[in-house]
Design a protein around this ligand. Structure first.
Ligand SMILES: Cc1cc2nc3c(=O)[nH]c(=O)nc-3n(C[C@H](O)[C@H](O)[C@H](O)COP(=O)(O)OP(=O)(O)OC[C@H]3O[C@@H](n4cnc5c(N)ncnc54)[C@H](O)[C@@H]3O)c2cc1C
Length: 394
């Protein structure tokens, strides 16, 4: 029997869940508070553990059209530029994990997902629709949007790190400032000397800072994410303009390639925001209401896994509902299948902040370990396939 599914939030997690649930025949109503579906600037890395789901949803050709396929990853020293370690992606990732690794502009990703959802008759997308509250009664969840009531069989809170649904379930609790701020910048590739940027995702490790860059838009732009330990400025907004002089001074003394990137950045594309997180939750949902993505496991970007986890969530949730005895049991099973993996990634991402920013003898020892690390270290992360992992439910 198809369910009437209500989703709060039209970010990557909410839309991915809508697509997967609709594929199982459910009727999905998704409510996004913003006037339109949009993802601010910046690029995003999509690893095989989530591209398996996106390909399953029929998005392969749209992704191939918009994304960049990196050949690998490299870690470099902030000052000398010396290679610390590298691993292969490209065809190797496909051979090893079954699916590609993509770099894509966030706006392009969300647009292609919304485009797919708009063409599906059992998905109804609503913008300008903030879910203010909900109540659960007699096998139904009632929600209030802009003063108007609506109801369904279950509610999924995919409403991000400041989730209203989470706060209604468990009480208001503010996320923690991590002591890191992130800059983002887009650099037109045509402005850069030929060959300066390799077709790989590069992380430069430095004391108290790191700098990540990779191609998006099939190589037309370079996306930069530059993280700096800094206190005293704790605005969490994707739309807070950054100042070129401040970015330049944050990376003063870094390798000439980094200077060239900063100098060539599109000044209108400079933004900065404070990075917040929350510890893993012990319990996500109650009864017919559950959480998904950043609403239950906000994840720092230092493993590039937050959106990947949200996409995996949607696939597992759909599988649990397909084989449900009843809705609350299926939601509990979903949570039980997801809590440990997502908590591990949350903690690993936080740990990476410390590792990336080491200095002195600690950095020297870290580099030795990193040089010896094998690509099989990523097997458990990238090799996870949410569709296969839930096949035991069949
Ligand atoms: C600098 C940076 C780089 C990153 N890089 C990567 C990466 O390379 N790879 C990766 O996998 N992840 C990455 N992440 C993490 C990733 O961006 C997030 O984990 C992911 O976007 C979370 O998606 P979501 O749908 O759960 O939440 P969100 O994207 O926050 O979406 C929530 C949506 O809910 C809406 N909403 C909120 N409240 C309500 C309400 N009451 N009613 C209706 N709508 C509501 C919001 O407007 C929003 O559209 C990065 C994060 C950062 C900060």
């Amino acid at each position: 029997m198809p369910l009437e599914v209500l989703i709060a939030g039209g970010g990557i997690g909410g839309i991915a869940a809508a697509l997967r649930l609709a594929e199982e025949g459910h009727n999905v109503e998704l409510f996004e508070q913003a006037p339109s579906f949009s993802e601010a600037g910046a690029g995003i890395q999509l690893s095989p553990n989530c591209t398996s789901v996106l390909h399953h949803l029929g998005l392969e050709s749209a992704l191939q059209e918009k994304a960049f396929l990196p050949e690998g990853t490299q870690i470099r020293d902030w000052k000398s530029g010396k290679l610390i370690s590298e691993s292969a992606l490209g065809d190797t990732a496909v051979r090893q994990f079954g699916f590609p690794y993509y770099h894509i502009h966030r706006g392009d990703l969300l647009a292609l997902m919304v485009d797919a959802a708009s063409g599906i008759s059992n998905i109804r997308l609503h913008t300008d629709s903030r879910i203010e509250s909900f109540t659960e009664q007699e096998g139904t969840v009632k929600i209030l949007i802009n003063g108007e009531a609506s109801k369904g069989d279950l509610l999924i809170g995919a409403d991000g790190i400041h989730s209203t649904i989470r706060a209604s379930l468990w009480g208001e609790e503010k996320p923690n400032f991590t002591g890191n701020i992130a800059w983002r910048a887009l650099v037109p590739s045509a402005k850069l000397p030929e060959g300066l940027i390799r077709p790989v995702s590069t992380v430069w490790w430095g004391p108290g800072k790191h700098f990540v860059h990779y191609f998006v838009r099939r190589g037309e732009m370079v996306n930069c994410v530059c993280v700096v330990e800094k206190t005293g400025w704790e605005v969490e907004s994707w739309t807070e303009r950054g100042d070129y002089e401040e970015l330049k001074s944050d990376f003063h003394g870094w390798h000439p390639d980094i200077q060239t990137l900063i100098d060539s950045a599109d000044r209108d594309s400079l933004y900065k925001w404070a990075l917040y997180d929350r510890p893993p939750m012990k319990t996500w949902g109650k009864g017919r209401v559950t959480l998904l993505g950043d609403a239950c496991h906000p994840t720092l970007p230092f493993m590039a896994q937050g959106a990947a986890m949200a996409i995996e969530d949607g696939a597992v949730l759909a599988a649990c509902l397909k084989h449900r005895a009843d809705v609350p049991t299926a939601l509990q099973q979903y949570e039980d299948l997801r809590r440990e993996r997502t908590a591990r990634i949350q903690k690993g991402s936080r740990r990476n902040a410390t590792i990336f920013h080491m200095s002195g003898i600690k950095a020297w020892a870290r580099n030795l370990v990193a040089r010896k690390a094998t690509s099989s270290a990523m097997d458990g992360l990238y090799g996870y396939n949410a569709l296969e992992a839930t096949s035991f439910l069949e």
